[in-house]
Every structure is written in C-alpha cells, then in structure tokens.
Ligand binder design. Structure first.
Ligand code: UT7
Length: 326
C-alpha cells in the first residue's frame, strides 16, 4: 500500500469563559501579579465551571474543527484524545466524546503530558499514511484546574483549562514532514500526580496528604524543557530535510515565556517567530500547542505553504516535535 501524505483538514479550540487573573490569585495564595508575570509571562488563565469536564471542552473544540473541515461526526474514522485530566479513569474520554458528538468510530485516550497533542498527531498520522483511515479527530483537552492544589503557590499560578482539536486527513501537497518523539521515564518524579492510581489508590491518607494534586519540581523541569526544546526542534527540522531558516512559524508548548525565549536564543531564531498566547491562558498541557496553532491561524500568521514547527515537553518526562507544511 502506498504511503499517503497527511495534513490538517480542520482545526478548532475552546476555552471556558471564566477568566482568573493573577490579581484574583493574590487573594488565594501568597503571590503577586508581579512575581507571576516576571517569572512566567502569564497574566490570566481560563477555569472551567465545577460541572464542566474535559469531554465538555473537547466537544466544543471538536465541533469547530469538524465545521472548519466541512465534515460531520459520522465522517470520522477515529478519535484520539490526549489528556492527563480524563473525565474519569474509564471509559476513555474519547468514547465519551464520541457519544456526545454522535459519532460511531473507535476512540482511545493517550497520556503523554504536555507533549500529548504532538504524540497523538503522530499516532493519527500513521493510520492515514498507511491508508487504514481517512478522517481522524485528534484532541488535546485538559481541565487542569481540577487537579491543581489551590494551596500550592508554586503550581497553582501556572495552569489553565482548554481544549484544541485537529482533523487529520490525506492531502495532495504539504502536510506533516517529520515527527520526533522522546521520553525519559527516569525523570517522571519531577512532574506527577502521585495518588489515585494503582500505586496509591485513593484513601483517607492520600487525600489528607493532598496527593491527588500536581506535584512539580519547577527548576528541574525548566532545565529539561530548555534542553529538549532545542534538541527536538533541530531533529524535527533536519528529518524534514529543512534548515532553521526555512521555518516560518514556531509553535512551542506554552508553559513559560522564559523557556520559550531561552529556546529562541539557543536556536538563534528571532523571538517574534515564536507564537505566544500563554499570557492569556497559562499552561494548558496537551491543549496548548493546538490552541496556539488555532489562534496563529486566525491571526493570519499561517498561509498555504507555511512551514510550521510545533514542539512540546511535559510529564513523563516526554517531548515531541513535528514539522507541518500548511
Ligand atoms: O508543561 C510542563 C510544566 N512545567 C513547567 O513548564 C514548569 C517549568 N518551570 C518553571 O516554569 C519555573 O521553574 C517556575 C515558574 C515554576 C518557578 O520559577 P523559578 O524562577 O524556577 O522559581 P523557583 O521555583 O526557583 O522559586 C523562587 C522563589 C522561591 O522562594 P525562595 O525559596 O527563593 O525564598 C519560591 O518559594 O519564588 C517562590 N515562589 C513564589 N513566590 C511568589 C514560588 N512560587 C511563587 C509564587 N509567588 N507563585
């Protein structure tokens, strides 16, 4: 069977309406707008209402993506949801989303931290390249507000809720030119949610010790992030048969402006080639790269033929990068 080119046929994103600013957080923990903004670049984030779960945000993003691809849910062959905040352990959020959309295709979730969307795009692309499927919905959806410790100032100021959705399909020209995936499980302890799984099932002790919330060693994740952003970007560009100068737009995972600026400096690329929207959304984990791609598109920063590098890193530890020709 011939290998087919795979591209983006539609894109969507959704953020919940409730805005929480740094000033709002000053009232919850001992922090300041000045500290948060200078250390991270974040001004505000979106937070889902208590009755909204990841599948709800994912549904809204998916509807927009389907419309932009001119497809109906019945046209979908597969749904992949990248998330670290599934609605529940099982059923998979992809199956919950399938039901909400009224689709009939298979679906599964994928866990790769903030690299989730890039991992999921690479998995979806294989099914299309080999001819098994034609239309695949890939979602990065998170309600991180539900696993944030709102008493821990070192993490609660960083994250937000969002979903992004991409429809993959076969294309005649352009499409994905390379994928790079990586993991270092030895670094898993640097960013984890310790309890609630089979290692530490929910108990009175795990709850009283607040082990169902995100725990992170920010400094070490920062160092890891700066290194892998550079390495994965260069590897993906090289695999695509391109050089740094060929890339029109860099879409990095939106975790911290200092990480993005360090990556730009190490790569010797002007900072304005890096798309940034973390000031308005914070770190939305697997939703972040898709949300940035969506906004970059609607801001007119992407045209037919544009060469885009997407790069992310996160829990696992994982990293991923890809080059997409629009
Ligand atoms: O998607 C992947 C997810 N993770 C990341 O991308 C995180 C990567 N890491 C980071 O972005 C940064 O490490 C942080 C933003 C998390 C922290 O910035 P930092 O410059 O590495 O600060 P730090 O952790 O070294 O803390 C500096 C000080 C500490 O006080 P002392 O020990 O120097 O007295 C903290 O207690 O800042 C204090 N601090 C805060 N102060 C006010 C930590 N959080 C806050 C806060 N407000 N929210």
């Amino acid at each position: 069977m011939p290998i087919r080119k795979v591209g983006v046929r539609g894109i969507g994103a959704y953020t919940p309406p409730k805005v929480v600013t740094n000033f709002d957080l000053e009232k919850i923990v001992e922090t300041s707008d000045e500290w948060i903004f200078t250390r991270t670049g974040i001004r505000e984030r979106r937070i889902a209402e208590p009755d909204m779960a990841t599948s709800d945000l994912s549904y809204m993003a998916s509807k927009i993506a389907l419309d932009s691809a001119n497809l109906t849910p019945g046209d979908l062959d597969l749904i992949i949801v990248a998330t670290v905040t599934p609605d529940m352990f099982f059923p998979a959020t992809a199956c919950i989303l399938q039901d909400k959309l009224g689709a009939t295709c298979p679906g599964f979730d994928l866990s790769a931290g903030c690299s989730g969307l890039i991992y999921a795009l690479s998995v979806g692309a294989q099914f299309i390249a080999n001819g098994m499927y034609d239309n695949i919905l890939v979602v990065g959806g998170e309600t991180l507000s539900k696993i944030i410790d709102w008493q821990d100032r070192s993490t609660c100021v960083l994250f937000g809720d969002a979903a992004s959705a991409v429809i993959l399909g076969p294309v005649d020209t352009g499409g994905f030119r390379s994928f790079v995936l990586g993991a270092d499980g030895g670094g898993g302890k640097l960013l984890e949610l310790p309890a609630g799984g089979s290692r530490l099932p929910a108990s009175y002790e795990t709850i009283s010790q607040r082990l169902h919330f995100i725990k992170m060693n920010g400094r070490d994740v920062f160092k890891f992030a700066v290194r892998v952003m550079e390495e994965a970007s260069l590897e993906a560009i090289d695999k695509a048969g391109l050089t740094l100068k060929d890339i029109d737009l860099f879409i990095p995972h939106q975790a911290n402006i200092r990480i993005i600026e360090s990556a730009a400096e190490r790569l010797n690329v002007p900072k304005d080639k890096f798309f940034v929207n973390l000031d308005r959304y914070g770190n939305t984990s697997s939703a972040s790269v898709g949300l940035a791609l969506y906004e970059a598109f609607w801001e007119g920063k992407i045209q037919k033929g544009s060469k885009i590098l997407m790069v992310g890193f996160g829990a696992g530890l994982t990293w991923g990068a890809c080059v997409l020709e629009w």
